[in-house]
Design a protein around this ligand. Sequence first.
Ligand code: NAI
Length: 718
Amino acid sequence: MSLNNPALRLQPADGDGIAILWIDCPGKKVNTLSVDLMPEFEAVYNAIAANAAIKGLVIASAKDTGFIAGADLDDLGQVSSAADAEKLSKGAQEGMNRLAALQIPTVAAIHGEALGGGLELALACKARVASEHRKTKLALPEVMLGLLPGAGGTVRLPKLVGLANALDMMLTGRNIRASKALKMGLVDRTVPPLQLLDAAKALARDLAHGRVEPKKKPPVKDEVQHFLLEGNPLGKMVVLREARKKVIKQTKGMYPAPLRILDVVDKGTYDAEAKGFGELLMTPQSAGLRHLFAAITALKKDDGPGTDSTRARPVQRVGMLGAGLMGAGIATVLADNGVEVRLKDRDHTAIAKALDYARTVYGKAKKKRVYGQAGVDERLARISGGVDWAGFGRAEVLIEAVFEDLALKQKLLAEFEALSRVDGIFATNTSAIPIAEIAAQARHPERVIGMHFFSPVEKMPLVEIIVTDQTAPEVTATTVAVARKMGKHVIVVKDCAGFYTTRALVPYMSEAIFMALDGYSLLDIDEAATRVGFPVGPITLSDEVGIDVGVKVLKTIRQYYGERMQLPPDVSGKLLEEGRYGRKNNKGFYKYKNGKSELDNDGRKIIDDTVYKHLPGGKGSKHADFAEMGDRLVLGLVNEAALCLQEGILRDAYAGDLGAVMGIGFPPFEGGPFRYVDRFGARAIVDRLRALESKYGKRFTPCALLVDLAAKGGKFYG
Ligand code: NAI
């Protein structure tokens, strides 16, 4: 940023004395707050203070992409000590304090995203107006980067919206939409987008003429409750203590940022905030989470191999083959994003169930006020279904999610080719079958592609797109665009059995079975995984995904990788024989009743002990060695991920990191398996793998890529 190419433009005061400060970071799609912008702000504030004609100020973005998306993360990457990071935060606080100290009414006009530093700037204004647009979102998402709001947010937000609301925003990083923001007092007014600027000017004018008072206190529905909970020191202590308990329970103390946020809010000073920010920026957790953010940014630009000179075809209609668990989820998310969906299943009951699924998901959004009944109806109207191919001829893309059965998938592909548009795309949601085999008898293998979703589709943020040697770049680009339209992060990988995510997950899941066979308790196995940062352990995951589904995947993988993968002896046959499928039929490794986990007096899930009769190691009495168990779970996965990069299944390490975290629950604060190797060093990882190899066999033999990297002392990320 320079004065020749400024990001800030001060539009002179109008007849009422209201000036507008336009923010437009040059050469960037979205506005971000960077260090070199500070002198510009300083100069503008000086100019405003010196100009008696300016009676009020509106701050607005000149970009239609949004208000301000937060601080520039490149600035954070440059900092190498907690002291320097603290200084950075202090500088930002001073800038915001300068704005807050202006003697005229200042109003932020917010359309689109006001995130992090962007929201903190709005908080430093005397009032805020937001556009009633779906794109308008206010949030302090620093916690997701292992940080805390460092530009005055921890001090200003609780004063504006109350302690409980402020903690909720800062501890979750959640997006607040305009209507909710108004209700909680985060903004003063909401208006349709086209009226935003006029409304902000009018509010500045009214404030300047003393016609309205700037909001000082959060709206209190129940004065007494407010006083008891947070309006006095004792109440504040109780709120903070409860929040701390909840954070420790949810994060197992593995994420320092939320705990630090609580400390800083307790102190309530700018100094505490800057110090907390400085120290958090230096934690490995923040480095891991910021790495993940960098991966997301980089992968947004990757549409897959050969797509540089092609464009995605527009897609308005999708045919959905199979209306089971996955088909229903995929249809729901497609229709939510404006796509018309035609479902086909074997009977009408399946279609009705899928519609119920969509109704439930949209109902939840309605309850959260994301949209009203009209929004629910409009979405449901986009989904129709039947038992024949009617309506499929017009679909630009067909997504297949029938049973995991190669012959069935091939048969349906042939039927689709016989009736479809000349350029119709067949995207299969198989879990592990190579796409090339599904396409083996296709007339147009160039139109066949893998589109691997994760369950539950409306919650899981990733889609893995699998291209064969024959998939046409235009087909890849179009499928990637459909997944992005559904709001998903995308990785594009090369075809093989299990692709990337399933392949990387298999060693983790099968190691859990090896450990169970060794005699470890199933509870300890899950505990070993959550202790290293997986959101759930492998035993819980089996129950959630379905033991039958897991078994099918293991069988496919065994068929293709044979000896190399070294899978555990098949105990699953006995489990399936006795109808043990997992949570879905209330019979899994854990105990369930009506789809809900049974809990003991301490609120912990209970293992169904009868399962131990199938495990030769017995009742799970082996003393847990959590450090080694954690290594066994993580390192097999890391090694397989590296092998996928070595074989070119992954196009780069970023895709491997994002895929593992978003698809299979690799600990987010580690930033993914490749960053995990970089953090500990390839040498140390190879040594640990070798130690496990000598104890447990060749499933832990480090792959050549890791061995090479260790020998060279290299890293995956420069
Ligand atoms: P599901 O059993 O819930 O649904 C499959 C649906 O396909 C059923 O409704 C069935 O009636 C229907 N179907 C079977 N033959 C059909 C035919 N000839 N014509 C039309 N419909 C037919 O299974 P789910 O879990 O939805 O899995 C579907 C596919 O997605 C499988 O290939 C699975 O491996 C894959 N997958 C599953 C994931 C999971 O977490 N369950 C995750 C990712 C992929």
